[in-house]
Every structure is written in structure tokens, then in C-alpha cells.
Design a protein around this ligand. Structure first.
Ligand code: ATP
Length: 137
């Protein structure tokens, strides 16, 4: 079994899609090991997206992710990392994500793509420690 860190980004929370997204996660068979609504400090946002620090969209990404509360979760299950990325769909909600996925069903713009999911066991470990410092390893 595997764990992954998922965020419902401010657009998903403000549009009232939290329940819909969590329902899809649970129907897939992934279990919620931790769940919290959080206001995101600029420091936490910069740390979370540190690998994108040099990208042209970094400033607006940080502004977006700190613009309102997010819902952070630790999911667990067999191949949880890939399983959630399948549910989410590709980064661009129109060009990459297909209908039936969270981004494909609810998104229009790459920045406002509703959810984040860890992309490897190493990032899952780092991100779980960052968002849930008290979570059992
Ligand atoms: P995430 O890391 O949030 O799961 P991802 O792995 O699909 O998404 P990344 O390439 O890691 O995508 O980009 C991180 C986030 O930065 C994206 O989810 C999106 O919100 C934003 N982003 C990526 N590319 C762009 C872009 N060209 N313009 C604006 N925002 C972007």
C-alpha cells in the first residue's frame, strides 16, 4: 500500500466541489487517512511548489494557492499516487484531462485545475511531512 498527498485547491473549495472530489476518491477505494481545511501561508506555498520556483507562472501560482482555503488530505491504497493522478486527469483541464476526470469534468484553465496530487513516493513523503507534520510516518 502507498500514501499520497492531495490538495483541493482554492478554486475547488470556493466552487463547492470538496464533497464531489472526496466522493470520487472514496468511490475509487482510496481511504482518507488525514483531512484538513487550511489557510495556506506564503511560506508553505513556496515550500510546496519549490521545484517550480524558476518557472514564469510561479508568482501567480503562489498568489492563487494562498488566495483562499484549501483542503489537504493523505490518501492511502494500492498504487495510491498513480490512482489519484488518474482520477485528477492531466494538468491542462482541456488539452490533457479527459471527461470523467476531476480536471476534465470541472476545469477550464491550467492554473485553476482544482487538485494537486503527489507525483512520486519521494514527493509524497516530503509533502505529507510538510502539510501534516504530526502525521505518523
Ligand atoms: P500538481 O503538481 O498541482 O498536481 P501537475 O503535477 O499536474 O499539478 P505541475 O506541472 O507540477 O502540474 O504544475 C503545478 C501546478 O502549477 C499546476 O497544477 C497548475 O496549477 C500550475 N501550472 C502549471 N503549468 C502552468 C502554466 N503554464 N500556467 C499557469 N499555471 C500552471
Amino acid at each position: 500500500t502507498e500514501q499520497t498527498l492531495v490538495l483541493i485547491k482554492p478554486d475547488g473549495v470556493s466552487r463547492g466541489l470538496t464533497g464531489e472530489i472526496l466522493a470520487r476518491i472514496e468511490r475509487k477505494g482510496l481511504t482518507l487517512q488525514a483531512l484538513e481545511r487550511k489557510n495556506v501561508s506564503e511560506e508553505l506555498a513556496r515550500e510546496h511548489y519549490a521545484e517550480h520556483a524558476e518557472r514564469p507562472f510561479f508568482g501567480s501560482l503562489i498568489e492563487f494557492i494562498t488566495s483562499g482555503p484549501v483542503v489537504a488530505a493523505v490518501l492511502e491504497g494500492p498504487r495510491a499516487i498513480a490512482a489519484f493522478r488518474q482520477l485528477a486527469g492531466g494538468t491542462d483541464p482541456v488539452e490533457k484531462a479527459v471527461p470523467g476526470t476531476i480536471r476534465g469534468d470541472f476545469g477550464l484553465e491550467t492554473q485553476f485545475n482544482l487538485v494537486h496530487g503527489s507525483d512520486s513516493p519521494e514527493s509524497a513523503k516530503r509533502e505529507i511531512a510538510l502539510w501534516f507534520p504530526e502525521f505518523p510516518a
